[in-house]
Design a protein around this ligand. Structure first.
Ligand SMILES: *[C@@H]1O[C@H](CO)[C@@H](O)[C@H](O)[C@H]1NC(C)=O
Length: 899
C-alpha cells in the first residue's frame, strides 16, 4: 500500500493510514475466517432464511410504529416483492398454497401484494372452505383448501411437479401459460396443516399427520430425490428451481384458545408433529420453514383474537419469506442491480471486466507499483549523488511517475473491496431499521465532532483589508471555500445518517434532505461560477479535469459492481449541472463583464434547461441514443424527476456568484473613486446587510411552517424547484452574518465535504450495502439489531475503514486526473501534479490541528495556474485530445461488451 513521504503535518495522516490499513486487513481476515467457518454449509444464506430470524420492530422497541413489518434473517436482506416482481418470478407459472386457514393467511398476504382491494372484497364474501385463485397480469396465486393434506387436487399438482423434476418422463404434462390454473406449473408450493389433525382427531393424530406428509413426499419425489435446498447449488436463470416448502405447524397461543379448542389442541400434539417434520428435514431433506415458528414464538402480540391465527403483518412476512426463497436467486440473475435481496441468492457470475479488475488490483498493479517505487528510490539516490541543480523538480517528477501506479492501485483496491463486500456473500448485509432515537444519536455525534474541530479560517489570517470606509466590515470573503466545504460536509453527514438509519420514510427528514441537496447544488453553481468568472478559464482542460474528478470513481465502480453509472445519481447530476454552468458562461464569454448580458444568459440558460428536462421526447431521445451507442440505459422518469426538482437552484448559485463579484468589486474600490451608484451602495450596505439578515431569520421558520402543510413527498417535490432557494440563501446569509461566524469553520465537516463525492459513492457498498438499500455488517457480532445495543460495533469497525478509503480514493483520483491532464508534457506539469497530490494528502487531515501549516487546497487552481504559465493561453494542446480519445474508446468498447 501507499508509502507516504510527508513531513511533520502529515505524520498524523501517516498514522491514520497505518491504523486503517491494519484495521482493514484485520476485518477482512476475520470475516473471511468466519465466513469459511460458519457459512460454508450455507453459502447462499438459504438456510438462514428458512430456519432463523428476528424482528427488528417488535412492539416493545418502537411503540410509535406498527410493529412486525421488519423481519431480519441472520446476515441477509429480505426483499419486499411487488406484483411485477412476482409475475416475473412466476414466469407463466403460479405459486400454490395448500392447507388450512394458517396457510390461507399467507396466501392472502401474498395476494395483497397484487391487489389489496380484491383481497378485501374476497375476504368479505368468503365461503369458508374452498379453493381460491387469483391472477394479476401473469402473477398467479392459487390456494387449495386442504386442512388434512390429503386431497386428490393436491396429489394431482404434486404429480405434475414430480414429472417436471424428472425430465426423462416425456409423458409429463407441459406447463402452458395462459390457460387455466391446473396446467400452470407451480414454481413454489407451500404446504401447511396439522391443526385439524390436532383439533379433530383425539387419539393417534400424529399417525394421520405422518401419513399425510408421507403420501405427499411419495407423490412429489421419486425415491431418493428429495433434497434440502441448502444442498442445491444456485446458478443460472432458475435459481433454486421449483420447490415444495412445508410450514412448521404453528403453535397456537394456548391461553387464548376457545375452551373447546383448548381441550384438543394441546402442546404435546403440536410438538409431536413438529418433531416429525424436523426428523424429515434433518434426515431426508424436507424443506420446513422453521422461521415461521420463530416469528411467533414467545410473542403474544403476533396472534390475533382467536389465538390460532397470526395478525396480518406477520402473515405478510411469512409470504415474504416464501417469495424471497423462491425468487431472489432468479431475480438477481435476471435483473442484477440493485442487489438488495441477498437471502438465498447468488450474485451473478464474475464477468471478464471484474476479473480483469481483480487481476490488476491484486497482481499486476502491485508489481508495477513496486517497480516504480524501486526506480524512484534509485533515481533519487542518483540525484543526491550528482547534486544536480534541478534536484527538486526532477525528484518530484519521478515521484509522480511512481505515484500513478500507486493511485490506480489504490482506486482498484478500493473498488475490489466494494466488490468483496457487496458482490459476494462474505460480508453480512442487513435491513435498515429506522428509529428516531438512532437518528438522534448519530446526529448528536456529528454535531459534537463538529464542535470539537472548530478552527479559524485559514485564509482569514493576514488578508484583512484596510478599511477604506470606516465602519464597513469587508474582511473575510463571503462564503469562503472552507465554509462551502463545511456546508457540503453537513449535507454529506446528513445524507449518510439519513441513509444509514433508513429515515426515508419520514417526511420531515426527507424535506430536510431535499434542502441539503439543493444547498449542495447551489454551492456547486456558486463555486464553478466564481472560478470561471475570476480565472476566465474556459479551456477544455478545465472541463475535463472537473469531469474526471467527478466521474472516475463512479465509472470504475459501475464496471466493477455491474451497476448502471446513472444509478449512482450524484456524479451524473453534478456533472450535468457543471456542464450547464460551463456552457452558460463560456458562450460569448468576452462579454461576461456586462451585467445585463450575463444575467440574460443565465435566464436563457434556465429556460433552455427547463425545456430540455421537461419537454417529452428530449430525454427519451438521449436515452435511446445512449442505449444504442453504449447499451447504457437511462431511467428517463427518474432523471426527469432528479433534474427537475432542483432545476433553478444552480442558477441561483450562479447569480449569487455574479452579484457577489460585482458588489465586492464596488465595495473594494476606494470611496472617492466609486460611481454614484457605488457610493450609494457603499453607504446603504449596512442597511442592506441588516435587511438580508432579517429576511433570512424570518424565512427559515416560515419555510418550515409552510412545508409542514405538504403531507406527502410528491406535493413537496412539486414545490421544491420554486422554493428551495429560500432556505438555502437564508442559511448562507446567516452563516456569513458576522465576522466571527465567517472566520471560524468546522474543520471536520470541511474535510468531509471535500471528499463528499467519494464518501457518497463508497457508502453504497462498504458502509451501507445492497447498493445502499441495506447495511453492511462484518457478521462478527450477534445482537438484537439496534444501533444502540448491537450495530454500533460494526459501525465503529467499518466506519474508519470506509472514511479512510474514501480519503485515499480522493487523493488517488486527483493524481489520476492530474496524470491524464498533464502527462506527456514533461517538466513543470508532473511537478504540479505531485504537488497537488501532496497538498491534498496533507491538508486532508487538516482538521486534526495542522490547519495553517499548509497552503490552500485549491489544487485544481494551482495546477491550472501552472498550465497557464506554461502555455500562456487556453487552447487545448493536441496531446490532451489524443489522451482522451483512447479513454473514451476503451470505455465505449467495454460498455458494449459488458454483460
Ligand atoms: C383426508 O383425511 C381425513 C381425516 O383422516 C378424512 O376424513 C378424509 O376423508 C380424507 N380425505 C381424502 C380425500 O382422503
Amino acid at each position: 500500500m501507499p508509502r507516504f513521504k510527508l513531513s511533520r503535518p502529515a505524520s498524523l495522516a501517516d498514522a491514520f493510514n497505518r491504523v486503517s490499513l491494519i484495521l482493514t486487513l484485520a476485518v477482512v481476515t476475520a470475516t473471511l475466517y468466519r465466513h469459511h467457518l460458519h457459512n460454508a454449509a450455507d453459502p447462499y444464506k438459504c438456510d438462514a432464511l428458512i430456519n432463523h430470524g428476528q424482528w427488528l420492530d417488535s412492539p416493545d422497541r418502537e411503540p410509535e410504529h406498527k410493529p412486525f413489518t421488519s423481519w431480519q434473517p441472520p446476515g441477509c436482506m429480505l426483499h419486499e416483492y411487488t406484483a411485477e416482481e412476482v409475475a416475473s418470478c412466476n414466469d407463466g407459472g403460479k405459486i400454490l398454497f395448500v392447507g388450512d386457514t394458517g396457510t390461507r393467511q399467507v396466501f392472502w398476504a401474498a395476494a395483497r401484494k397484487l391487489d389489496k382491494n380484491w383481497v378485501f372484497k374476497e375476504q368479505a364474501q368468503l365461503n369458508t372452505h374452498g379453493d381460491i385463485e387469483y391472477c394479476k397480469a401473469s402473477a398467479c396465486l392459487k390456494f387449495l383448501w386442504d386442512p388434512w393434506l390429503n386431497t386428490s387436487a393436491l396429489h394431482d399438482e404434486l404429480r405434475v411437479f414430480r414429472a417436471r423434476q424428472d425430465p426423462e418422463a416425456t409423458s409429463a404434462p407441459k406447463s402452458v401459460p395462459g390457460l387455466n390454473m391446473g396446467t400452470r406449473r407451480s414454481v413454489a408450493i407451500l404446504i401447511g396443516g396439522g391443526l385439524w389433525h390436532a383439533r379433530h382427531i383425539q387419539i393417534g393424530s400424529l399417525r394421520f399427520f405422518q401419513d399425510s406428509v408421507n403420501n405427499i413426499t411419495a407423490s412429489a419425489y421419486s425415491p431418493g430425490t428429495m433434497a434440502s435446498i441448502r444442498n442445491i447449488p444456485i446458478s443460472g436463470k432458475e435459481g433454486i428451481h421449483d420447490q415444495i416448502f412445508f410450514a412448521a405447524v404453528l403453535e397456537p397461543q394456548y391461553e387464548k384458545l376457545s375452551p373447546s379448542r383448548q381441550l384438543t389442541i394441546i402442546p404435546e400434539k403440536i410438538n409431536e408433529m413438529n418433531d416429525y417434520l424436523e426428523q424429515l428435514s434433518l434426515h431426508q431433506g424436507l424443506n420446513v420453514l422453521w422461521s415461521y415458528a420463530d416469528m411467533t414464538r414467545g410473542i403474544p402480540e403476533t396472534y390475533g383474537e382467536s389465538g390460532l391465527h397470526v395478525i396480518e403483518n406477520v402473515a405478510g412476512r411469512m409470504a415474504e419469506v416464501l417469495l424471497n426463497l423462491r425468487c431472489n436467486a432468479k431475480a438477481a440473475y435476471q435483473d442484477g442491480y440493485p442487489f438488495d435481496r441477498t437471502c438465498c441468492s447468488n450474485y451473478r457470475p464474475t464477468n471478464w471486466i471484474q476479473l480483469l479488475g481483480i487481476l490488476f488490483a491484486l497482481v499486476i498493479l502491485p508489481i508495477i507499483a513496486i517497480k516504480a517505487e524501486r526506480g524512484m528510490s534509485s533515481a533519487t539516490s542518483r540525484v543526491r549523488f550528482d547534486k544536480i541543480v534541478r534536484q527538486r523538480s526532477s525528484s518530484l517528477s519521478v515521484n509522480v511517475t511512481a505515484s500513478i501506479p500507486l493511485a490506480f492501485l489504490t482506486l482498484l483496491l478500493a473498488v475490489c473491496f466494494c466488490f468483496l463486500t457487496d458482490r459476494t456473500q462474505i460480508f453480512d448485509k442487513v435491513r435498515k431499521q429506522y428509529t428516531v432515537l438512532d437518528f438522534r444519536y448519530l446526529i448528536t455525534l456529528a454535531v459534537v465532532s463538529c464542535l470539537l474541530t472548530i478552527r479559524g479560517s485559514p485564509s482569514s489570517l493576514g488578508r484583512r483589508r484596510s478599511d477604506s470606509f470606516p465602519g464597513l466590515e469587508v474582511q473575510q470573503a463571503f462564503l469562503p471555500r472552507s465554509q462551502s466545504e463545511e456546508f457540503k460536509g453537513w449535507m454529506q453527514m446528513y445524507v449518510l445518517i439519513y441513509g444509514y438509519t433508513g429515515a426515508s420514510g419520514e417526511l420531515d427528514f426527507y424535506q430536510v434532505l431535499r434542502v441539503f441537496l439543493a444547498l449542495y447544488l447551489f454551492l456547486s453553481g456558486y463555486g464553478h461560477t466564481m472560478y470561471f468568472l475570476q480565472k476566465r478559464d474556459y479551456s477544455l482542460q478545465r472541463l475535463v479535469t472537473v469531469l474526471l474528478r467527478m466521474n472516475t470513481l463512479a465509472v470504475f465502480l459501475s464496471f466493477m459492481m455491474a451497476r448502471p453509472y446513472t444509478s449512482y445519481y450524484f456524479p451524473p447530476l453534478v456533472s450535468f449541472w457543471f456542464v450547464v454552468v460551463y456552457a452558460t458562461l463560456r458562450i460569448a464569454n468576452s462579454r461576461n463583464e456586462s451585467l445585463p448580458f450575463i444575467i440574460g444568459k443565465v435566464i436563457t440558460s434556465a429556460l433552455f434547461t427547463s425545456v430540455f428536462i421537461h419537454l417529452k421526447g428530449i430525454l427519451e431521445l438521449i436515452s435511446f441514443g445512449l442505449d444504442i451507442a453504449c447499451r447504457a440505459n437511462l431511467n428517463v422518469d427518474e432523471w426527469r424527476f432528479q433534474l427537475g426538482t432542483d432545476k433553478y437552484i444552480v442558477y441561483v448559485g450562479m447569480l449569487a456568484a455574479i452579484f457577489y463579484i460585482r458588489i465586492s468589486t464596488i465595495l473594494n474600490t476606494p470611496y472617492p473613486r466609486q460611481s454614484t451608484f457605488g457610493q450609494t451602495l457603499t453607504r446603504s450596505f449596512p442597511l442592506i446587510r441588516f435587511l438580508a439578515l432579517f429576511l433570512s431569520i424570518i424565512t427559515i421558520p416560515i419555510f418550515w411552517i409552510l412545508t409542514r402543510r405538504s403531507h406527502d413527498k410528491a406535493d413537496y417535490n412539486w414545490w421544491m424547484p420554486t422554493i428551495s432557494w429560500l432556505p438555502v440563501l437564508s442559511f448562507v446569509v446567516l452563516r456569513n452574518a458576522t465576522r466571527f461566524l465567517r472566520n471560524y469553520y468546522c474543520a471536520a465537516f470541511s474535510w468531509l465535504g471535500r471528499i463528499s463525492l467519494e464518501t457518497y459513492l463508497l457508502s453504497q457498498h462498504i458502509w451501507m450495502a445492497g447498493d445502499g438499500h441495506g447495511i453492511l455488517r462484518s457478521g462478527l457480532f450477534k445482537g438484537d439489531g439496534t444501533i444502540k445495543n448491537d450495530r454500533w460495533r460494526d459501525l465503529a469497525l467499518l466506519t474508519p475503514i470506509y472514511i479512510w478509503l474514501a480519503w485515499r480514493v480522493y487523493a488517488a483520483t486527483a493524481t489520476i486526473t492530474a496524470w491524464v491532464m498533464m502527462a506527456g508534457e514533461e517538466g513543470l506539469r508532473p511537478q504540479d501534479a505531485a504537488k497537488a497530490t501532496h497538498v491534498r494528502a496533507g491538508s486532508a487531515l487538516a482538521f486534526l490541528g495542522y490547519d495553517n501549516a499548509l497552503p490552500s487546497p485549491n489544487t485544481q487552481g494551482d495546477m491550472k495556474a501552472g498550465m497557464e504559465k506554461k502555455t500562456g493561453k487556453y487552447d487545448t494542446p493536441p496531446d490532451l485530445r489524443r489522451r482522451l480519445v483512447p479513454i473514451g474508446v476503451v470505455l465505449w468498447i467495454a460498455n458494449l461488451l459488458y454483460i
